[in-house]
Design a protein around this ligand. Structure first.
Ligand SMILES: [Zn+2]
Length: 202
């Protein structure tokens, strides 16, 4: 006797959803069933949105934040930004909490991770050459290290502060008050605003 299961197409959908971050087997089933119950219009709209995003969204060639394919991001293409103020973050997703704090008017640089010897992430795995290049193009600029306050974030900040001391720039770090041991994505806008305003020199 064959065991009852979802039809193959539904199984494929569940398997693909399960690969997404934070989605387990049951979550994938719930999402799949919701889509199947919505009918064809919702499914077509989602698949069109996915295809369009995959085709059109890329990373900014200057700072590493999300941008339209082959173009600079909104911040890098804005002439009103303070171009001698660079805010260094771990991930592109760390940019938006800072933007929403409303106090930062400079540019960003996404490292693409943080130094973590335990997880095998070394300085050469981060987007540092492009950061150093950007700093060299802006003598006397300020570099704000907006990396997390966890152990790996601290290690990254220490490494960067040492490397940047050889370049013509002022290095600052977000003020304390950020949630201890966590990344920027957990910080609310007000906390980030005070952390930016109270940044200290390294
Ligand atoms: Zn950019």
């Amino acid at each position: 006797m064959k065991q009852q299961d979802y039809p193959p197409a539904a199984q494929e959908l569940i398997a693909r959803l399960k690969r997404m971050p934070g989605v387990g087997r049951r979550g994938a089933e719930r999402l799949a069933l919701w889509f199947l119950q919505q009918g064809r219009t919702e499914a077509q709209a989602l698949s069109a949105a996915l295809a369009e995003a995959a085709q059109q969204v890329s990373l900014c060639p200057e700072c590493g934040f999300f941008a339209e394919q082959g173009q600079l991001c909104i911040a890098c293409s804005d002439p009103e930004r303070e171009s001698d103020l660079l805010c260094v973050v771990e991930q592109p997703t760390d940019v938006l909490p800072i933007e929403r704090s409303g106090v930062f008017r400079g540019l960003y640089h996404c490292l693409g991770g943080k130094i973590s010897p335990l997880q095998g992430v070394m300085p050469e795995d981060l987007d540092l050459p492009r950061l150093f290049d950007r700093i060299r193009r802006r003598p006397g600029c300020e570099v704000i290290l907006a990396v997390g306050s966890d152990v790996d974030g601290e290690a990254t900040a220490l490494y960067l502060a040492d490397q940047l001391s050889r370049l013509d720039c002022k290095v600052t770090r977000l003020a304390q008050g950020m949630p201890a041991g966590s990344g920027l994505e957990h910080a609310d806008a007000v906390t980030l605003m005070y952390a930016l305003q109270g940044r200290r020199s390294l």
